[in-house]
Structure formats: C-alpha cells, structure tokens
Design a protein around this ligand. Structure first.
Ligand SMILES: Cc1cc2nc3c(=O)[nH]c(=O)nc-3n(C[C@H](O)[C@H](O)[C@H](O)COP(=O)(O)OP(=O)(O)OC[C@H]3O[C@@H](n4cnc5c(N)ncnc54)[C@H](O)[C@@H]3O)c2cc1C
Ligand code: SF4
Ligand code: SF4
Length: 608
C-alpha cells in the first residue's frame, strides 16, 4: 500500500506532529492545500499506526508547563479536557524511612539524624521534610495536570475530526523497510502466528506501507527507533544507558481529602533513596501517583510494584490515601539519557521525534511538552518541503526540521539538563548536589562520572544482600520461589525487614489484582512473543535474574528450564525488561541479553 507519510506510534510527539500538520493540508473550502503524490488531486495521505489496542492506553504522570501544547491550542482550557487541572500548590518532600528497612549511605543516615534531632525547627511532619525552597527549574507554575490517556483521547478526537489523517490503534509496526540506507516505509506485524512467529491458523503477513516519509515517534523503547539505531548507529559520544521505570496508580481519594485539584507533590528519599515519587491531584477527588525506579539503583531486586506500595504507605502519603480506591494502574519506561541519548534525527526518508529522539528533560522531569514540540517542529518542516515539492532527503530534513529543533527551547534546555543526573552514578547525595549544580548554573557545572551500561552495575542477589541475608538463606528462598514459579524479591524484602503489605482489596491489592482491576491487561491471540531471551545460555548461568524481579506485569517468571518464561498475556509493554538485564549482549555490549519487539495487547485503561 502507498501513502505520503506514515507515522509509528501515537504518543504526544506524533500528536504534536499530526495536530500541526492536519491544519495545513486542506484549504478552508476543503480543497487540498497540498497535493498527494500517491493519489493526485487529493491532500497528502497520512497514516499513523499505534501499537496499543486503543488511543490513550499510554502511561505518564503528567504535570507539564504545557508551553508547546498551548502553542498548538492557544485557546486550550483544562475544563474541556477530562481529568485536567491547572497546577496549584507544589511541594518537594524528603521522605525519611519510618521502618529502617531502606539502604541508606552513611551520609544520608547522618542527614536523617540531624533532621530528626532538629525537626521542631523545621517544616517536618509525618516523617517528611517539606523543602522550604524549591529551585525555579523544578516548578511547573501556570502548567497543567493531565491524564495521559484522557489527554491523548481528546487530542486523537481533535486530529481525526479534521478528516485529513488516519490513526489506526491495535496495529503494531514490526519494522522499518530500509532499502539502500533509505527508509521507504514500514511493515506491520504478522497475524495468525505461533509464539515463535511461525505461520499458524489464519496467517496474514504484515502489510507493507510505502511512504516518502516515515515519522518515528515510538517512544523510549520503541522497536523501530532501536532498529534504526542498530542500522545507522548513534552520533559519537551518545548512548542510552540511563533508564527508569515509572509505575503509577490512579486512585479515588477519600471523601474528606484535604488535597485540592492541582496539588503537586514530588518526593525523594523513600522507599529507597534512589526512588523518586509523585502525586498529582486531578479534579473530583482523583489523583495520579507513582514512583520512578532508575537504572542506577543497583539492586537486583528492584521491583517497582512492591516499592510503590511501601511508598504509598509512607505516613506522609498514607494520611491522604487511607480509605482511597484503585481506579487504574500502569507502568512504562522512561529514557533518562535525555539529549545525550539523541540518535541521528533524520536520514533519507525518515525523521525521529519525541522521547525516542532524546527529548526528555532529565533535570526537570519533563517529557510531554518536549515530545510534542519536536513533533510540531517536524510538521512545520514537512509542510515547508511539501509546498516546494522537495524530497524528504536527509539534507532537506536537516535544513528544515533539525534547524528548527536546534533553535528551540527544547535544545537549549536539553543541553542544560544533559549532565545533570551524572552525580547519581556515585550515589544519591552526589546525585542531588549534581542536579542542583546543573540547574542553578544552567548546566555549566555538573558532578559525577559518565554513566555506564546498566548491566555493569547490577550485583548478584548474594552480594547486594550481604550482611542482611546469608547466602544459605538466599539459596533456600530461591528454591522455594522457584518451586512456586514466582519472583524472589518479595521473600528477600520480607527478610530484609520490609513490613508486610496490609492488603485491603481496595487500594492495597496484589500485583495480579492491579493487572486485572487497574490495568485490565489483555493480549489478543495469534501473535508472536515480543520479549525474547537472546542467549539462553547466559540466562542459565545468570546470578541476578533481574528481568524476573523488575517485570512490571509478573509476565516473566523463573520457568522450569533454567531460562525465564514469558507470558505475553500479562505483559504491559513497559519495556523495563529491555534494560533490566544483568548480562551484556555479546554482539553489542551497549545492549543487554533481551529483545523487546513490537507486540500487541497490554494495558486497556485510558486513565494512566
Ligand atoms: C510514569 C511516568 C510519569 C511521567 N510523568 C511525566 C510528567 O509528569 N510530565 C512530563 O512532561 N512527562 C512525564 N513523563 C514522560 C512522558 O510521558 C514522555 O516523555 C512522553 O510520553 C513521550 O512522548 P512520545 O510521544 O515521545 O512517546 P510515548 O509517549 O512513549 O509514545 C510512543 C507511542 O508509540 C507507540 N508504539 C511503540 N512501539 C510501536 C510500534 N512498534 N508500532 C506502533 N506504535 C508503537 C506506543 O504504544 C506509544 O503510544 C512520564 C513518564 C512516565 C512513564
Ligand atoms: S534476561 Fe538477563 S537478567 Fe534475565 S535471566 Fe537472562 S541474562 Fe539474566
Ligand atoms: S515482560 Fe512486559 S511487563 Fe514485564 S518488564 Fe517486559 S515489557 Fe514490562
């Protein structure tokens, strides 16, 4: 099939692209403002393929300054978008550990002791210090709180109502079609195959869509972006070594909640010092809340789900959440390399936008506005080229799209943020000082050392828990968990002193219940497994098996063959297994022993 432009993924980046493009393809009287090359006399044929089963099944925070969103929708009002609220009171909180179970450095333990000793002079309550001063770069004044799902559904409706672009959810792109170093379109996923991708009942090979321009906006763990990275490499000195998994709940707050719509809480310090948390209050007593577990938290048992429950139970947060009810749940990876993870933005026949193109600002924790802005910049460039009938060559895309991007605030602020997280390579205290330094000096000063590949950092379970749990005890727990075919982290955390989670069936629910009640996770039949253990022999002798512990959906289990087992019906497509692996890929040490390919299914909630 032929189109003029084909897009991969419908996240904020592609939404920014299509919103800007769609307005300029037809005249007010409905006649084409620009003519299609594939259907003469018609406006350009623009197709967008989205992997998830519906528009808005993505996951994000979201608090945003919304500068790029306002540029696209000058009349935008939060009242017109479900779950949106203007940003109100903002707080940054340092959470102390009420249980003594977290792993704190000597520096942090000293700081905690000083805070507790002087708490009567400080804004301290419920084991939390409310930072008296928040640096300007962290503020989101005049911004908006959104639900990613609701916002994307709202944008999808706006874009499709123009009648000039088509969005196809439930349609993963399996690969870019590359001919002689030129991207000439995309291939959709085969249907009617077995788990290994072999033709089975009802086999339908994935359709090829040929287009003059392929817009790649498939996010931080998108398979098409990674295919292009493999094919064309990254610019010198660039890498994608820093990651985090963000896991969230959307909850109904108790009826007497004192939290007002627009409230923004950011936390650090607990459940582990490396884990950041957020709570954003929507209208009508609903809140989005969650944590980020980063790749530089060197634990082989870094489970986002269990840690999220401990975070919610922190006394400062639990006083707001007690009596609340789970509405929705989800998880997704964030690319935390920012500007330093920027790939080649263009090539013959393709352009990259959004988080997969290195837009996320790792200093301010902002990604939606940046992704949207680069999509809008590409659309302006595309219209400029289409109007003068210039081809989508690398040179033309560089002179239009990349030039706009380099001259924009996305580039300026991305540069400031570029090294701001490097301090975390040496520990949390250094990391926080490094962020403050970079933020306060506009990126001129930073602290820390260059990031290393995540697999280099993951110790074995025995080494990580040395001094807390003996090797013999770990061996026993491992055997017990293997017999039950479950992950090990729950048993390890219990043993290391973490309190039991008091499940209440409402807000504190089992991981499986969060999948079913919150995520409504499903996977259609007839598709291949999209999570692949590349070198099974490496898995067989792996001492960390972090892929099992970190899996957001309990979709990876110990299995009975020495190699973990994958169940695609539980997978939420968070992409955490792509980087949560303790072994290097022998063919490419920048990658790990895990492949995360295009796949169907996942979350069926549009509130996250
Ligand atoms: C828990 C969490 C909290 C966050 N909080 C905030 C916040 O408060 N403020 C903020 O500004 N940012 C936040 N972010 C970051 C922000 O969500 C991202 O930076 C932003 O969504 C990036 O947009 P994108 O369009 O580039 O990519 P994505 O949002 O990742 O969208 C990519 C799309 O491509 C689709 N896709 C992937 N592969 C394929 C394929 N093969 N075929 C077809 N489609 C495909 C995906 O399903 C997805 O819909 C948060 C992120 C997370 C995970
Ligand atoms: S995928 Fe990676 S972490 Fe998981 S068992 Fe294999 S080598 Fe170990
Ligand atoms: S298997 Fe699925 S749910 Fe588990 S970490 Fe990988 S992408 Fe996430």
């Amino acid at each position: 099939m032929d189109a003029d432009i084909v897009c991969v993924g419908f996240g904020p980046a592609t939404a920014g692209f299509l919103t800007t493009l769609a307005k300029q393809l037809v005249n007010a009287d409905g006649t084409p403002a620009i003519e299609s090359a594939v259907i003469p006399g018609m406006p350009p044929q623009v197709l967008c393929y989205e992997r998830a089963d519906d528009i808005g099944f993505g996951v994000s925070g979201v608090v945003t300054k919304a500068r790029a969103l306002r540029a696209s929708f000058p009349e935008i009002k939060t009242a017109g978008i479900p779950m949106a609220a203007p940003v109100g009171e903002e707080k940054v909180l340092y959470l102390l550990d009420p249980h003594g179970a977290s792993r704190r450095s000597a520096v942090l333990r000293c700081a905690d002791a000083v805070i507790r000793a002087t708490k009567f002079m400080l804004p301290f309550e419920y084991h939390a210090l409310n930072l008296p001063w928040t640096p300007a770069f962290l503020h989101k004044q005049d911004g908006m709180i959104l639900s990613m799902g609701q916002f994307m559904q709202w944008v999808g409706a706006q874009v499709q109502s123009t009648g000039t672009v088509q969005i196809w959810p439930g349609t993963p792109v399996s690969q870019a079609i590359v001919e002689e170093n030129k991207v000439v379109g995309v291939r959709l996923l085969d249907q009617g195959v077995d788990k290994k991708g072999n033709p089975a009942n009802g086999f339908t090979p994935g359709l090829d869509i040929h287009a003059a321009l392929t817009v790649v906006g498939d996010g931080p763990v998108g398979p098409i972006g990674r295919q292009l990275d493999e094919a064309f490499g990254l610019p010198d000195g660039h890498h994608t070594r820093d990651w985090a998994v963000g896991m969230k709940f959307v909850v109904d707050l108790p009826e007497d909640t004192p939290l007002k719509a627009g409230a923004v809480l950011h936390t650090f310090g607990y459940p582990e010092p490396e884990i950041f948390g957020f709570l954003y209050a929507h209208p009508d007593r609903v809140a989005s809340l969650g944590i980020f577990v980063p790749s530089w938290f060197d634990s082989p048992a870094r489970t986002a789900y269990r840690y999220l429950q401990h975070w919610m139970l922190h006394p400062y947060l639990w006083r707001y959440l007690k009596g609340g009810k789970l509405r929705s749940w989800g998880a997704k990876t964030l690319g935390e390399s920012g500007r330093r993870g920027e790939p080649h933005l263009t090539g013959a026949g393709y352009a990259r936008i959004g988080e997969g193109s290195g837009t996320t600002n790792v200093l301010t924790g902002s990604g939606v506005d940046e992704a949207w802005a680069t999509g809008a910049q590409l659309a302006e460039a595309v219209v400029e080229l289409l109007r003068v009938k210039k081809p989508f060559s690398k040179q033309n895309l560089d002179e239009t799209y990349v030039k706009r991007r380099r001259a924009s605030w996305v580039e300026d602020e991305g540069r400031v943020a570029e090294k701001s997280r490097d301090g975390f390579q040496k520990g949390v205290a250094t990391g926080m000082i490094g962020m403050a330094l970079a933020g306060l000096t506009s990126g001129k000063l930073s602290l820390g050392s260059a990031p290393v590949q995540p697999w280099k950092r993951v110790p074995t379970v025995e080494d990580y828990f040395a001094g807390k749990i003996s090797r013999a005890e770990i061996a026993k727990l491992r055997d017990e968990c293997k017999t039950k075919n479950i992950s090990l982290h729950g048993a390890l955390m219990d043993k290391a002193g973490w309190p039991t989670i008091p499940f209440d069936g409402q807000l504190l629910v089992s991981h499986q219940d969060a999948l079913l009640m919150g995520g409504k996770v499903q996977a259609p039949h007839g598709y291949a497994d999209h999570v692949i253990f590349l070198h099974p022999e490496l898995c067989e002798k792996c001492g960390a098996r972090i892929c099992i512990e970190a899996c957001s959906g309990q979709a990876i289990t110990p299995g009975d063959s020495g190699v973990p087992a994958f169940d695609r019906e539980k997978c939420v497509h968070c992409g955490a297994c792509l980087w949560n692996c303790s072994q290097a890929n022998p063919e490419n040490p920048e990658r790990m022993n895990m492949a995360f390919r295009a796949g169907t299914g996942g979350l069926h909630s549009a509130e996250n």
